[in-house]
Ligand binder design. Structure first.
Ligand SMILES: [Cu+2]
Length: 346
């Protein structure tokens, strides 16, 4: 125990003894739980669990004001596994950020972590990292301004050393910069979703992270509009609660692989990706792809038509990662509604 913790514990014991001494209650019964709680807090600040705080976003013309928190929050990643994660706003992946090409982002990072510095690296901007992606100290705030001048589906992440640990502990997410003139296929799209792939390692195990041995590889979805599903990266939610589409729909998925280490071979079983915009840039257009390679941090916009009712599994075609959880289900029905029933997934 650190000297400071010892002093605090001694002080709180004395206070409790003094205030309860003449009340007729055996002081030891009263003192033990309070003193223990104080001691626990001093000894293990990494085990705190901060309730998610929603991201704030305001717009004035092309100026967008975004406030995010760095915070420690428990995230369920598998049926029986909860991870005491380092997060943005209590979500992992963090909240979806959507801005327009040409916007100026005024970003405020509030670091609620009492012990560890954190930072923000937006892949969507041109900025000097040594000025704009710098550490924000515990219980402090940092303000940064940059322009979102490139359209696409970009990763964001904490860039504090060791970056591997900060990303693997949950500090990653996606920022979509909508192209000024849209995508040429905008009018054909009926349904839109976001899917993010990330890895989880044994909790805070830097060896597993360094050796690239994830315990789970997972998919999540983030809401593009209110009412849409918004999940953390886990092994089961998107298999049990499928995304939905209607027969004949053209479905668009904004996808990103935030890693930190694995490459994603993004594939939708039972269809061909009719149109793909690599990294989500309308100029990087490809057609008729079976699988899109997403490097760590890489994104894409993929579009495909679903012609038959049924369950379509979305995977990374690196099936050892599917074995570790990386799959989601798109359920296609005649009316686009879910009529229940167990999903068929890989
Ligand atoms: Cu961090």
């Amino acid at each position: 125990m650190k000297p400071f913790a010892k002093a605090t514990l001694a002080l709180s014991l004395t206070t409790v003894l003094l205030t309860t001494g003449c009340g007729g209650v055996n002081p030891t019964e009263v003192v033990a739980p309070k003193a223990q709680a104080a001691a626990d807090q001093q000894q293990a600040p990494e085990k705190i669990n901060q309730a998610p705080i929603p991201m704030k976003m305001d717009r004035k013309g092309t100026d967008v004001f975004i406030e995010m928190t760095a915070q420690i929050t428990n995230i369920q990643i598998d049926k029986n596994v909860t991870y005491n994660a380092w997060t943005f706003n209590g979500e992992a992946p963090g909240p979806l950020v959507v801005v327009n090409e040409g916007d100026t982002i005024h970003f405020n990072l509030k670091n609620m972590d009492p012990a560890v510095p954190h930072s923000m690296d937006f892949h969507a901007v041109h900025a000097a990292p040594s000025k704009k992606f710098i550490d924000v100290m515990p219980n402090e705030e940092g303000n940064f301004t940059y322009k979102a001048s490139n359209p696409g589906v970009f990763m964001y992440h904490c860039g504090t050393k060791p970056v591997l640990a900060h990303i693997a502990n949950g500090m990653h997410g996606v920022i979509i910069v909508k192209p000024k003139n849209g995508y040429p296929t905008d009018k054909q799209v009926d349904k839109e979703y976001v899917i993010i792939q990330n890895e989880w390692y044994r909790e805070k195990d830097l060896d597993d992270m360094t050796n690239g041995q994830p315990s789970q590889v997972v998919f999540s979805t983030k809401a593009l509009k209110e009412g849409m599903p918004n999940t953390n990266g886990d092994t089961f939610t998107l298999k049990e609660k499928p995304l939905l589409a209607k027969v004949g729909d053209t479905v668009r998925i904004y996808v990103n692989n935030v890693g930190p280490n694995r490459v994603s071979s993004f594939h939708v079983v039972g269809t061909v990706l009719d149109t793909v915009y690599l990294d989500g840039n309308p100029q990087n257009v490809l057609h008729g792809m079976q699988t899109v390679m997403l490097p760590a941090s890489g994104g894409a916009v993929v579009e495909f038509k679903v012609v038959e009712a049924g369950d379509y599994t979305i995977v990374t075609h690196q099936f050892n990662d599917v074995q570790k959880g990386a799959a989601a289900v798109l359920r296609v029905t005649e009316d686009g509604l879910d009529h229940g029933g167990k999903t068929m997934s890989h």
